[in-house]
Write a protein that binds this ligand. Structure first.
Ligand SMILES: Nc1nc2cc(Br)ccc2s1
Length: 245
């Protein structure tokens, strides 16, 4: 997979050289490039923003540098999926992360200030899919942190990036048996810690009973923390035992 990120703060993405993502890049599983938007701002001060038409607080990112940046990063005759994080976007979910992980090429545009001139997304949509995506009902100072989150959520789904492929299938919200359920509690050695034992069932070696216990705990946590997710569950996926939990 190819990922390009356009930002006025390239240094925000230094963490993408670390850990699993750094290893995936060095191993050729992921090609990732970060571009400084100011490379396409040609005035002496490399200006990327201006006052909003219609008045109002703050500044808006100018369309010219963005237009040139996207022309350079996605030349005509090539395509990519353009993702623009914004508080006013569609929700970013595990399902959308999986959709993005199946794409050959993603380009992330990091807005700042009050956002990017709306004509940029409009013009790009004439030649590539454009998603305006929200990470939640809160406002950041810019799109960079949102892009870090999305890149990690997507890259960890790429084959070979996580050492244990099973980790992905057990994810909360992953398709399959645990779909739309929050993950329950997890434990490791020692079996007793500060007078707190590990649940006996997990030491039993009875894999069927352990799987049942884990699903029960996932149902209990989901009912406690995110009851609205249970409403999403297809009733067909709940067996008689589930309904008693
Ligand atoms: N939650 C989010 N806040 C912001 C702010 C800006 Br400025 C750009 C993107 C995002 S995504």
């Amino acid at each position: 997979m190819n990922i390009d990120i356009v930002t006025i703060f390239p240094e925000y993405f230094a963490p993408l050289d670390l850990s699993l993502l750094g290893k995936a890049r060095r191993g050729g599983l992921l090609d990732l490039a970060v571009h400084d938007l100011r490379s396409w701002a040609h005035d002496r001060h490399r200006t990327v923003d201006d006052t909003p038409y219609g008045g109002g607080p703050g500044m808006v990112m100018k369309p010219e540098p963005w237009g040139e940046a996207l022309d350079a990063v996605v030349p005509s005759g090539t395509t990519a999926r353009l993702i623009i994080p914004t508080p006013s976007g569609r929700p970013f979910t595990q399902t959308l992360a999986a959709e993005y992980a199946a794409e050959p090429r993603l380009v992330f545009a990091c807005g700042r200030y009050e956002g990017i001139d709306s004509r940029v997304a409009e013009e790009a949509a004439a030649r590539m899919p454009v998603d305006e995506v929200s990470l939640g009902d809160f406002v950041l100072a810019g799109g960079e942190v949102a892009v870090l989150v999305m890149v990690e959520a997507v890259a960890r789904l790429l084959p070979g990036v996580l050492g244990n492929a099973d980790s992905v299938s057990d994810d909360s919200f992953a398709p399959g048996a645990m779909e739309s359920l929050l993950e329950g509690p997890v434990y490791t050695k020692p079996p007793l810690w500060r007078d707190r034992p590990v649940p006996e069932i997990l030491l039993s070696g009875n894999h069927g009973a352990i799987a049942r216990w884990r699903r029960d705990e996932a149902l209990r946590r989901t009912a406690r923390v995110r009851p609205e997710l249970l409403a999403r569950l297809d009733p067909e996926r709940l067996d008689a035992h589930d309904r008693e939990v």
